[in-house]
Design a binder for this molecule. Structure first.
Ligand code: GDP
Ligand code: MG
Length: 438
């Protein structure tokens, strides 16, 4: 995606505000990226609508191209939609707090049950009991028992011939009697969603009254993600989602689909088979992954920096030729503002000691005022300051909310700087030469 997008970024010229055209061009690529990441079609549509509404008409940041800005808006909107508030598992309920794990067969329920068990015992110092309610697969209960032993988390003793509901009842009783803080119920899945599964889940829920019901879903779940999350949420009621196999190739588009369709937070991410391969959900990271870019915000910031470096080089070349008009001064003042004022700028240019005395008098509020003065001039006046006679100065003062004295002071400063530039420019290969090749 990033290559195609940067092609579009190049095509977009710099303008005052983002136009519908700018946004549409970038949006076509974003749409393709989302579909490649397996985000459900409906979700893609509502997402791009949201971005369009946010982006069109927005002012372009000075140092960023419209395309880059659209991408940043896309990224930020994606983070918002994924849920910018990271939410851990909620244990604020009377003990034993039941957590019910639901999902399709092979999605990672049993593994995640053990992972959460380990995290809550090792990190949060809770007393945790794990219980497998999977009576369908012969070795399922044994699988959880072994994981419990490996990770030193208690598991409910296996009793043959009980139904899932009976096991749930027994787990909650054991939780109460054993003084457990948390009971995690690992349920059986199916290959597909079916009526029997939903009835079984509803029955377990009625008995255990879980405080959290977490849907465990594979990151590779494609267009099915919407149906999956919707069905479980409607029939059982979810409190959160765990996305597993994020260590694989999946771009994680399912995260956006499931979040969009249920509004339920993604709480945790599975990143491997081992019991400690569980991470908190980080929307910015997933957003970058869905878009197929590492870190878009960093990209935009880097671009902004490059533009500044290019400008500085161009300015240095002009200075070498002895050119320094009020546009150049305005640009310098803007750079100074950004680099932390005059002091920050001087720190970067040790060779400018002579000038620093003169410039030191200028404090940062004055910098802002000076930029305002220059903005109130016509472009002709900026190129040829000598045009500024008394009446023009009065006009500029009125336009910038300053006094004629301020204009005079600025013009004097500009003359001094221009002279200095000429002098420095003549010293071939001097400081400005170095700046020019930056
Ligand atoms: P269940 O049927 O939903 O209980 O699924 P399991 O917990 O038995 O997991 C099925 C397979 O997926 C096992 O081989 C797990 O080791 C593997 N698995 C689960 N979570 C992850 C994960 O986050 N990353 C990877 N790479 N494998 C996982
Ligand atoms: Mg299982």
């Amino acid at each position: 995606l990033s290559e195609r997008l940067s092609g579009i970024l190049d095509k977009l010229t710099r303008r005052g505000a983002l136009t519908e055209e700018d946004v549409n061009a970038a949006m076509r690529e974003v749409r393709r990226a989302l579909l490649e990441a397996d985000v459900a079609l409906d979700v893609v549509r509502s997402f791009t609508d949201k971005v369009r509404a946010r982006a069109v008409g927005q002012e372009v940041i000075r140092s960023v191209t419209p395309g880059q800005q659209v991408i940043k808006i896309v990224h930020d909107t994606l983070v918002d939609m994924l849920g910018s508030d990271a939410r851990p598992i909620d244990l604020e309920a009377p003990a034993p707090v039941a957590i019910m794990m639901v999902g399709l067969q092979g999605s990672g329920k049993t593994t995640t049950t053990a992972k959460i068990g380990l995290r809550l015992t090792a990190r949060s110092r809770r007393k945790v009991l794990l219980a497998s309610l999977d009576t369908r697969r012969p070795a399922a209960q044994e699988q959880l028992r072994v994981l419990g032993v490996q990770n030193e988390v208690d598991t409910l003793p296996i009793v043959a011939g009980q139904s899932p509901t009976q096991i749930a009842e027994r787990a909650m009783t054991a939780g109460r009697l054993g003084g457990y803080d948390v009971v995690i119920l690992d349920t059986a899945g199916r290959i597909h969603i079916d009526e029997q599964l939903m009835l079984e889940m509803a029955e377990i829920k009625r008995v255990a009254k879980p405080h959290e019901i977490l849907l465990v879903a594979d990151a590779l779940t494609g267009q099915d993600a919407v149906n999956l999350a919707k069905s479980f949420d409607e029939r059982v009621g979810l409190t959160g989602i765990v996305l597993t196999r994020m260590d694989g190739d999946g771009r994680g588009g399912a995260a956006l689909s499931m979040r969009a369709v249920t509004g339920k937070p993604i709480k945790l991410i599975g990143v491997g088979e081992k019991a400690d391969a569980l991470e908190d959900f980080d929307p910015a990271r997933i957003a970058g992954r869905i878009l197929g870019m590492g870190d878009i915000v960093a990209l935009v910031e880097r671009a902004a920096q490059e533009i500044d470096v290019q400008k500085a080089a161009k300015a240095a070349q002009r200075m070498q030729k002895g050119l320094f008009d009020l546009d150049d001064l305005a640009e310098q003042l803007r750079q100074m503002e950004k680099m932390g004022g005059m002091k920050g700028m001087m720190a970067l240019l040790p060779g400018m000691g002579k000038m620093s005395k003169e410039l030191d008098k200028v404090d940062d509020r004055i910098v802002k005022r000076q930029i305002a003065i220059i903005s109130s001039m016509t472009s002709k006046e900026r190129r040829k300051p000598e045009l500024l006679n008394a009446s023009r100065k009065r006009r500029v003062a009125a336009g910038s909310g300053t006094r004629v004295e301020d204009i005079n002071r600025l013009l004097k400063q500009h003359r001094q700087m221009a002279d200095m530039m000429k002098m420095l420019g003549k010293k071939k290969g001097g400081m400005l030469g170095g700046l020019g090749s930056m």
